[in-house]
Design a protein around this ligand. Structure first.
Ligand SMILES: O=C(O)CCC(=O)C(=O)O
Ligand SMILES: [Fe+2]
Length: 527
């Protein structure tokens, strides 16, 4: 907000310079200020992998899995301009812009045997292809060395300089690249004792966030404001929710018109870097997609702009993501990207939240005879812990999940059962809060006026702060669900405000609206 405004003010009408491959000093700039960026040209990936991945992306589009997210940016609801879907390790989630995405599990070799039937064979095959790409990236990133990076950089310049050259020239470079990418070859140049500078520890990418956008279908794309790089598909940002210093690997696929055909090697007319490039027959080339990079909060270092051909990959290594921002500049063709990440999942997996629920429910005792419930302890610290878990499961899981409508159950039922179970646990926690409240109010009656017991005050305060938090967050989710943007969604994608129940629902221990209860507990504390 403020920092950004100040930067734009300082800049006035001027633009900061940036360099692309055709500019003098591009390579030096890359080496000096963007050394964490690595480009892997399409030709250094196995051809079958390209074919499977590209077919998978088209399948996911055909099935309608890619959807725009209704995220929150500075307290405002906005749709992302790209459509997305998350794939990843079973039970993993990825949180960005106040939105938790739930991964469709990629069906790797080992999970296949467990006979899961959560999605149809076509979708399963697509997920598996992206898992294979993920495995390729895990290995490739861990093998990257300074030498490789420089070799790759040299090629960018080389290829740009010879852009007007014929196919034969490109063919020869392809074979050069595949030699370089052989494991044995690169191992021999590396001493085991001293990993070269810039060496990245082996990365285990646990999710990939897929992006898709067809610029032709977008009525308005923002202009890149600082450098004048052109129309942005994704504005300047750091990737959120990652293990610090972990790499990000991106596969870029721009699909040119003949659909379904595997085009991992860009044809001649697809290699241009911008509209300015003209090819032989007088037909103007299509503008390519580009990635923009800038040093965060710096208006002196020139920006870097890197055109991507279909099938190209890039890595953001080391701390590039934290020291720099990146944006995606739209080309003419529709484009997919698969962005592989090491998500920070300490509080973001299904097993994590399930075990949290178990912790809370330890404090709830069910009488085996009557089935009636009671609390095991009333210690404020324990109760606070339980109420926090209650809020966590409600707002970080249930409401996040249902806010995204039926989108998960439509394609893949993997999350359905776990979500039902989490909701059952949550409902037991509603019972716990009800019992806790009853205790706080009952002891009130037993005590003499004017004498407020310390422990009761503690209990009431603990309860009150959890209830206020819950009340406010329920309101925020109600607002998000009923926003004018949410109304524009078709029924199957529309946000669902769940859990929600009416005032006279006999199955629920407490009302949805907590205003009355909050008032009661507050007035009890004021005595
Ligand atoms: O599409 C890309 O190349 C990267 C998109 C991106 O920056 C993101 O999804 O965070
Ligand atoms: Fe990003």
């Amino acid at each position: 907000g403020v920092r950004k405004r100040r930067l734009l003010q300082e800049l006035g009408d001027q633009k900061i310079p940036f360099k692309g491959p055709s500019n003098q000093g591009f390579q030096q700039l890359w080496d000096s200020s963007y050394s964490g960026l690595v480009l892997r040209r399409a030709c250094s990936l196995p051809a079958e992998l390209h074919c499977r991945v590209q077919a998978a992306l088209l399948t996911l589009r055909k099935k309608g899995c890619l959807l725009r997210d209704l995220v929150r940016v500075r307290d405002r609801d906005v749709f992302t301009s790209v459509s997305r879907v998350l794939l990843g390790e079973p039970g993993h989630t990825y949180r960005y812009l106040d939105t938790r995405l739930f991964a469709i599990p990629w069906h790797s070799e080992d999970t296949e045997f467990k006979g899961q039937n959560c999605c149809d064979p076509g979708l399963r095959a697509a997920c598996k292809a992206l898992w294979e790409l993920n495995s390729f990236f895990c290995l490739d990133v861990s093998q990257l060395k300074e030498g490789d990076r420089l070799a790759q950089c040299a090629k960018v310049v080389q290829e740009t300089e010879t852009k007007a050259s014929d196919e034969a020239d490109v063919e020869s470079k392809h074979s050069e690249d595949s030699r370089n990418s052989e494991v044995g070859d690169s191992e021999s140049s590396c001493s085991e004792h001293s990993p070269p500078r810039g060496f990245t520890r082996s990365a285990k990418f646990n999710v990939t966030l897929l992006n898709y956008m067809d610029p032709a279908a977008m009525s308005h794309l923002k202009e890149e404001p600082y450098y004048g790089m052109g129309k942005m598909a994704v504005g300047w940002h750091h990737d959120e929710n990652l293990i610090s210093h972990s790499p990000v690997a991106v596969y870029s696929y721009s699909c040119h018109d003949d659909k379904g055909k595997c085009q991992h090697m860009p044809s001649k007319e697809q290699r241009g870097e911008g509209r300015t490039v003209q090819s032989g027959e007088g037909s103007s080339e299509k503008a390519s997609w580009r990635i923009g990079l800038k040093v965060a909060w710096d208006i002196h270092t020139p920006g870097l702009m890197l055109p991507l051909q279909s099938g190209d990959c890039y890595y953001m290594r080391d701390n590039l993501n934290s020291t720099h921002q990146h944006c995606i500049l739209a080309g003419d063709a529709a484009r997919f990207s698969s962005t592989h990440r090491v998500a920070e999942c300490s509080t973001g997996t299904l097993t994590y939240i399930q075990s949290r629920c178990q912790e809370a429910l330890c404090n709830l005792h069910a009488d085996p005879e009557t089935g009636s419930h009671s609390l095991t302890t009333l210690r404020p610290a324990t109760m606070q812990h339980c109420e926090e878990i209650h809020n966590e499961v409600e707002f970080e899981w249930l409401r996040q999940y249902w806010f995204q409508g039926q989108r998960y159950t439509r394609f893949c039922s993997w999350w359905s059962k776990p979500m039902e179970e989490l909701e059952k646990d949550w409902k037991l926690m509603e019972t716990m809060t009800m019992l806790f409240l009853a205790k706080v109010e009952e002891e009130e009656e037993e005590e003499e006026e004017g004498q407020v017991g310390e422990s009761r005050r503690d209990m009431a305060e603990t309860l009150l702060s959890a209830l206020i938090d819950r009340h406010q967050q329920r309101q925020t989710w109600r607002d998000r669900c009923h926003s004018s943007l949410a109304q524009t969604l078709p029924p199957e994608e529309a946000p669902v405000d769940r859990p929600f129940w009416g005032v006279d629902d006999p199955g629920m221990p407490l009302p949805f609206d907590l205003a009355d209860i909050i008032n009661r507990v507050e007035s009890l504390l004021w005595r």
